[in-house]
Every structure is written in structure tokens, then in C-alpha cells.
Design a protein around this ligand. Structure first.
Ligand SMILES: Nc1ncnc2c1ncn2[C@@H]1O[C@H](COP(=O)(O)OP(=O)(O)O)[C@@H](O)[C@H]1O
Ligand SMILES: [Mg+2]
Length: 459
């Protein structure tokens, strides 16, 4: 499998491709401009020479003089080896011929003697070397009409153009190479910021999570990445902190019952005892085991909610029936504690997970019973409110101190350790269940009355 190209190399290659393309375009334009200019200059030269020859011939008395004065005519072409001059008499007999071409000149119209030559009078012809230009014009030597033909090969011109094209190609290659190298260097430099992100990311571990990217001096493109990265670190740090706090709390809360168990067992084993004593010890141990087991269950439940591994199974519930069932379950406990239990539910149906509803309300009921003095009341109720359905558990009693209120939904938080039978997880579980349902929990506690309300929103 081939490794994907680095971003730096990609941008550098792209830059090279773009510069090659623009160099080629400019080179082609320059080449054609030069070619056009050279050929128009050559054509003008051809006309000037042809006119010069015509003028000289016009100064001669007869066609025969042309033959005798050939050297004067040839002199006009001195230094121009690529020119070829022919002068013919009216009957076609050659009067002068500077060199012989391997190929015949084409038959083209002759320009009348009185008319001056223009660029339009020039024609292409095909010498052996490839391409040439020619002009044919009538002249007058005294009374004798003659025909002047001036032709020129352009092979040396093409040679010049070829050399020029070669130079252009070389410059183009060098330019492209330079653009690629410069592009690579520039991109490599600008990627420095990105590499610093990588270095920072490498530097971060669970024990060193407080490092953050400085986004102020980063380029705009990286600022967003940096902010997202920092936000992710914040979330991770928060999660790690909560997790380690959670583990510490759990360890702390499990240690107490475990130590009790260990100590009691050690004391029991220190000497032989009557069977009844062992029995009572085992019975008291069983209570602690149950407490531990509940704590582990609750912790696991919260962990599953945290990891979104818990799927809601909503069912249309008949609320009066559900609340009655819970009421019946707690009736004996209430009787034992000398607390009066009441239930009052409007005939409502709501789409709620039945197992979780029972768990949430039972937690509230257990708390209420634990904090209601003998002779007090606990009231369970359900009513329709504007936003949905509200289920409330209210109990008489001293209430919760204002200072504790903001914390009682936190994990492992217990305001009154003496009365609490649990590990401080009950209310956090209720809150988690409400969050799963998209609802919320609220508490109001005044002297004499504490009310926990669960709001299940309409769905
Ligand atoms: N009905 C209530 N009346 C007074 N205090 C309460 C009531 N319900 C809960 N609390 C306080 O909130 C704390 C947290 O409750 P919870 O999370 O259920 O933990 P736990 O019951 O295990 O102590 C309790 O320790 C208690 O101090
Ligand atoms: Mg509780």
C-alpha cells in the first residue's frame, strides 16, 4: 500500500503544476510573438529589396543591360545568402539568376510595373529546406518589359526560432523547479504551526492534561482547529477528573463497610463463641453485604447511563396504577416507621420506561421515609401540568438545609450521614433517569415540608 503524499509535497507539486502551466502559456505566447514579428520584418525586407532591384532595372536602357549589369543587381543582395534573384525577359529567357533552387518556384501573379509592392504581394513557396517567401513583379528596362522574382528561404530563421524555443524550454524547466522548491520551502515553513499542534498533542497524557494550544497567535486556518482541540481537551479533562473522583469516592465508600466486616470477623474468630453469636454476626454481615451489593449495582447503573449504554424502553403507563403499586410496596415500611402514606394520582397516561420510573420514585420514597419523623406524612402524587406530567413525593419533617440543596444530586453526597442508609447515589440515579427521559427533577424544602418533583415532558 502506498503512503499518501504529505500535504507539503502535495501543495508544492500543485504549485509546480500551476507554474509549469503558466510558463508554458507565456512561453508559447512569446514564441509566437517572435515568430510573427520576424516573418513580418522578413517580408518587409523582401519588398524593399525587390523594389530596389526594380528601381535599378528601371534605370537601365534595355533587357540586355540587365545581363551586363548583373553584378550591380547582385550587389543589392550582398550579405544576404538566403535571397535568390531571377530576372527574366518578356519571353521567359533568363537574364539573371543568382542561384538555382532544387525546386521550381510556383507560378504566381506578377505585380504590374507601375504599382508599388505591398505585403499582400508576398507568397509562400516550398524550398527543399521547408518554407520560403517570394514576390514576383514586372519591371521595365528601357522599352523592354522584364519580370523580377525575388525569393528567400527561411530555414535560418527557423533555426533561430528553434534555438529560442530551446532557451524558453530551459527557462521553463528551471522556473518550474524553482517554483517547486520554493513552494515546498514555503509550505514546509507554514506547516510549523501544525507541527506544534502535533507536538502538543503528543505531550498530553491523563496525568498532564492541563496543557492547551495558544490560539491567539495562530493563523486563522489553525485557530478553529486549535479551539476545537482545546475544547476537546477540556471535555476530556473534565471526564478524567470526574472518573478519578468517582473511583476515589467509590473506594472510600466501599472501604468503610469492608473494614467493618473485616474487623467484626476478626473479633469473632479471636476465640470460640456460642453458635448464637456466630448467627447474629452472620446476620449483621449480611446487611453489610447487601449494602455493598446495592452500592455496586447503583454505581454500575450510573456508569451505564454515563456511557450511554442504557436504552430507554418507553411504554404508555397508567400512572395511578403504577403509583399505587409503589405505594403498596412501601406501606409496611411506613407503618413500621409510624408514617402515614398517601397516594393521589390524576387518571393520566404517560410514555415512560416502567422499570426506571419505579426505580426513581422508589429512591425518592426511601429518602422520604428515612427523613420523616414518626407521626409525619409522605404523599405520592401525579398531576397534569402545562409541560407534561409531574410526579411528586412530599414528606413532612425538618427539611434539607439550604447549604446542602445544590449538592444533594451529586454522586456520593450525603447531607445527613446519620440518617442516610445509602451511599449518596440515590438522587444522582433519579437525576440520571430524568435526563434519560429528557425531563428534570426539582426540589423544594421549607421548614416542615420537602417536595421532590419529577417532570416528564410531553413527547
Ligand atoms: N426527603 C428528604 N428529606 C431530607 N433530606 C433528604 C431527603 N432526600 C434526600 N435528602 C438528603 O440528600 C442526601 C442525598 O440523598 P441520596 O442521594 O438519596 O443519598 P442517600 O439516601 O444514600 O444518603 C441524603 O443524604 C439526605 O441528606
Ligand atoms: Mg437515598
Amino acid at each position: 500500500m502506498s503512503r499518501p503524499l504529505s500535504l507539503t509535497l502535495r501543495v508544492a507539486l500543485l504549485l509546480a503544476a500551476v507554474s509549469v502551466a503558466s510558463f508554458v502559456a507565456v512561453g508559447a505566447y512569446l514564441y509566437h510573438a517572435l515568430q510573427r514579428q520576424m516573418s513580418s520584418r522578413d517580408d518587409v525586407e523582401l519588398i524593399v529589396k525587390a523594389d530596389q532591384v526594380r528601381h535599378l532595372i528601371a534605370g537601365m536602357p534595355s533587357a540586355d543591360a540587365v545581363r551586363q549589369e548583373a553584378h550591380a543587381l547582385k550587389d543589392t543582395l550582398y550579405g544576404h545568402n538566403d535571397f535568390m534573384l531571377r530576372v527574366n525577359a518578356a519571353d521567359g529567357k533568363p537574364l539573371l539568376q543568382t542561384s538555382v533552387t532544387s525546386r521550381p518556384l510556383p507560378q504566381v501573379d506578377s505585380v504590374p510595373a507601375q504599382r508599388a509592392l505591398t505585403l499582400d504581394d508576398i507568397h509562400d513557396w516550398q524550398p527543399a529546406s521547408g518554407i520560403g517567401r517570394m514576390v514576383r513583379a514586372a519591371g521595365q528596362a528601357g522599352a523592354d518589359p522584364v519580370q523580377v522574382t525575388l525569393a528567400r528561404e527561411r530555414s535560418d530563421r527557423l533555426r533561430v526560432l528553434r534555438v529560442y524555443a530551446g532557451d524558453l524550454l530551459l527557462a521553463l524547466g528551471c522556473g518550474a523547479l524553482l517554483a517547486t522548491l520554493l513552494g515546498y520551502a514555503i509550505v514546509h515553513r507554514s506547516m510549523r504551526q501544525l507541527r506544534s499542534v502535533v507536538a502538543k498533542a503528543n505531550d498530553i497524557s491523563t496525568s498532564r492534561m492541563n496543557s492547551r494550544l495558544s490560539v491567539q497567535d495562530a493563523p486563522v486556518e489553525l485557530r478553529e482547529l486549535g479551539s476545537a482541540f482545546n475544547a476537546m481537551l477540556n471535555r476530556l479533562e473534565d471526564g478524567v477528573q470526574r472518573l478519578s473522583g468517582f473511583a476515589a469516592d467509590l473506594a472510600h465508600d466501599m472501604r468503610t463497610p469492608l473494614n467493618t466486616l473485616m474487623m467484626e470477623t476478626q473479633v469473632a474468630l479471636s476465640r470460640a463463641r456460642p453458635v448464637e453469636e456466630y448467627q447474629s454476626l452472620l446476620a449483621s454481615n449480611l446487611e453489610e453485604y447487601e449494602r455493598l451489593s446495592r452500592m455496586i449495582d447503583n454505581t454500575l447503573f450510573l456508569a451505564r447511563v454515563d456511557n450511554a449504554q442504557l436504552a430507554l424502553q418507553r411504554e404508555p403507563l397508567d400512572l395511578p396504577a403504577e403509583l399505587q403499586r409503589i405505594h403498596d410496596y412501601f406501606e409496611f415500611l411506613a407503618d413500621d416507621a409510624g408514617v402515614r402514606l398517601s397516594v393521589q394520582a390524576e387518571p393520566l397516561r404517560a410514555s415512560i420506561d416502567p422499570v426506571l420510573l419505579q426505580r426513581a420514585v422508589s429512591n425518592l420514597m426511601a429518602n422520604a421515609l428515612a427523613h420523616t419523623p414518626a407521626g409525619g406524612t409522605v404523599a405520592l402524587s401525579a398531576r397534569q401540568v402545562e409541560e407534561g406530567v409531574e410526579i411528586a413525593v412530599a414528606n413532612s419533617g425538618p427539611g434539607i438545609e439550604r447549604a446542602h440543596l445544590p449538592h444533594i444530586f451529586d454522586r456520593y453526597y450525603r447531607a445527613d450521614q446519620a440518617r442516610s442508609a445509602g451511599a449518596g447515589l440515590g438522587l444522582s440515579i433519579v437525576r440520571a433517569i430524568m435526563e434519560l427521559h429528557g425531563g428534570n427533577i426539582s426540589v423544594a424544602s421549607h421548614a416542615g415540608l420537602t417536595t421532590f418533583s419529577l417532570l416528564f415532558k410531553k413527547i
